[in-house]
Design a protein. Sequence first.
Length: 217
Amino acid sequence: MAYLVGKREFFSMEFEVDPRVLIPRPETEVLASRALAYLPKDRPSRFLDIGTGSGAIAIVLASHRPSATGVAIDISPDALNVAQQNVARHHLSDRIELRTGGMLATLARDEHFDVIASNPPYVRESEYASLPKDVRDFEPRQALVAGADGLFVLADIVEHAPEYLLPGGSLLLEFGIDHAQPMKDRVLADPRYLSCEIVADDTRTPRVLVAKTRPSP
């Protein structure tokens, strides 16, 4: 239905959507809300949205933190075309920079952020055929599937995010069924992280990982 009408509400804001991007979902509002909690209100700050799709997460962050600027990346140029429409619609072109590619391909080594947020692909290959028909047959596969265990993209972000987070910065990731413990184990095994929290959505399903990097000595 969202594709038919060409729009979807997310975080009480309206976004243009079409089959080039995933439809923003209510459970992802947990990710956006937690990311806002870690994005400073009282000083200029920077955020990174990985796999931005429609641009919803980046736009929510910039809209609610007027002193913040951010980078939103996606490997799909088609998805970024939709994100660009939404960024312009919400008058944020001067504070959100859109880039095509992955994290390592698009970021300079000296770029750092207060918050990195992502709702990346996390569906297992074996799960794809059993997804609801309205998801499997209409939404972009590359935005859904991430290898045999669904952890391919998530693990890559956990590994490289500390290189781009400021000391004491926050990484927030949405993940799939049965991913909470494997993701938490990866974070806690990495000495660059100080802490890890798993946050549930409104259905009490573990949904978002929040990891903090160590502060400056």
